[in-house]
Design a binder for this molecule. Structure first.
Ligand SMILES: *Cc1c(COP(=O)(O)O)cnc(C)c1O
Length: 366
């Protein structure tokens, strides 16, 4: 093959998703396998969405690329102008679009490490320099991140709560940080898990949009809204900023089904509240369990927990998957002694705890 790729393409690795359930069943000869690896909603989505998806007719027409109905409803709920919204095939696509619009060679972008992999991945493709600032006690070190901004900095990423640590930065720290960031540097607050946050001092970034036109908030329907398979998320920012990025968006990037399902999902906040409560109960249960087993959990404001198992994360991952429980090893996520576990349903978590207990008993014997 003689095609001459951009040099940067040669160094790229494809995203490694959590292992699919069917593959694990086949590989290990298991009948029951549960997946607690990708932070989806274990309770599915609103029954109203299920009903809608069963009723949809043919799909021969292009969707409304502007997502007008969803745009109108979200703008109303978030109390922003419709022109402040940018829709993507998941917030992943909004990350891509923003990188495309702002990054190139001779620019840089500042992010935490470890954090969500897609900021770096897309920035590398655009040829930008990556400035990584280690987490401090599991949190974004916002002071050090601000210190690293220089005249070539275009974007600073704040994953809040952070994936994979589950930790959050509070409102005081975030406001102090925004005060220090030059107005020509974009700050992205990725809030994929905001629906799960319990902390009362979590930043209210929507209200900060009035003060900072260099702030972009990312939200998604993939996590608590339970629509990961439909691919829809969005950015909220200043109208002046969004209007510049909007032309980069592929014209029909979100599907008709995704838009309708998102609109319907928003209409069932009872489901959302119910998932919030169940997640808290189950998360607390898992935290107590791991604590009793001598493991340290990073304090999580999300639907997953990063657990320090004090040994190779890959080893524990392998021991669990053999028993039909798929988690994520921390080794690929920057926490080699950890596993990241999505909080499942009551019965899924019982399975996980049973499998973990079996592994730890085997450890004792050796
Ligand atoms: C899951 C996730 C996303 C992206 O989800 P989409 O499905 O693309 O909307 C973005 N950021 C973080 C931190 C995530 O964990």
């Amino acid at each position: 093959m003689n095609i001459k790729f951009k040099p940067v393409v040669h160094g790229l690795k494809p995203y490694e998703p959590g292992k699919p359930i069917e593959e694990v069943k086949a590989d290990f000869g298991l009948e029951e396998v549960i997946k607690l690896a990708s932070n989806e909603n274990p309770y599915g989505s609103s029954l109203k969405v299920t009903k809608l998806l069963n009723q949809t007719g043919t799909q021969q027409l292009y969707p409304d690329g502007h997502a007008s109905a969803l745009r109108k409803e979200l703008a109303r709920r978030l109390q922003v102008k419709e022109e402040q919204l940018l829709f993507g095939a998941g917030s992943d696509e909004v990350i891509l679009l923003v990188c495309r619009a702002l990054l190139s060679e001779n620019t840089n972008t500042v992010m935490a490490t470890p954090t969500f992999s897609q900021y770096k991945h897309n920035a590398v493709i655009e040829g930008a320099e990556i400035i990584e600032v280690p987490l401090r006690d599991g949190l974004h070190d916002l002071k050090a991140m601000a210190d690293h901004i220089n005249e070539n900095t275009q974007i600073v990423w704040v994953c809040n709560p952070n994936n994979p640590s589950g930790t959050y930065n509070n409102a005081d720290d975030f406001v102090r940080f925004m005060e220090r960031v030059p107005s020509d540097v974009l700050v992205v607050s990725d809030e994929a898990y905001m629906e799960y946050v319990e902390a009362s001092d979590y930043p209210d970034t929507l209200s900060m949009l009035k003060t900072y036109d260099n702030l972009l908030i990312l939200r998604t329907f993939s996590k608590m809204y339970g629509l990961a398979g439909l691919r829809i998320g969005y950015g909220v920012g200043a109208e002046s900023f969004i209007s510049k990025v909007e032309p980069l968006r592929p014209p029909f990037n979100t599907t008709k089904l995704a838009q309708e399902a998102a609109l319907t999902a928003l209409d069932d906040q009872t489901f959302i509240n119910d998932c919030y409560e169940k997640n808290l109960t189950e998360k607390n249960k898992l935290e107590v369990f791991f604590h009793e087993n001598g493991c340290i959990c990073y304090p999580s404001e999300t639907n997953f927990i990063l657990v320090d198992v004090g040994t190779s994360g890959d080893d524990v991952f392998n021991a669990l998957i053999r028993q039909g429980v798929i988690v994520r090893s921390g080794e690929a996520l920057g926490f080699p002694h950890c596993i990241r576990i999505s909080v499942g349903t009551e019965s899924e978590n019982a399975e996980l705890m049973r499998a973990f207990t079996r592994w730890s008993k085997d450890q004792v014997k050796v």
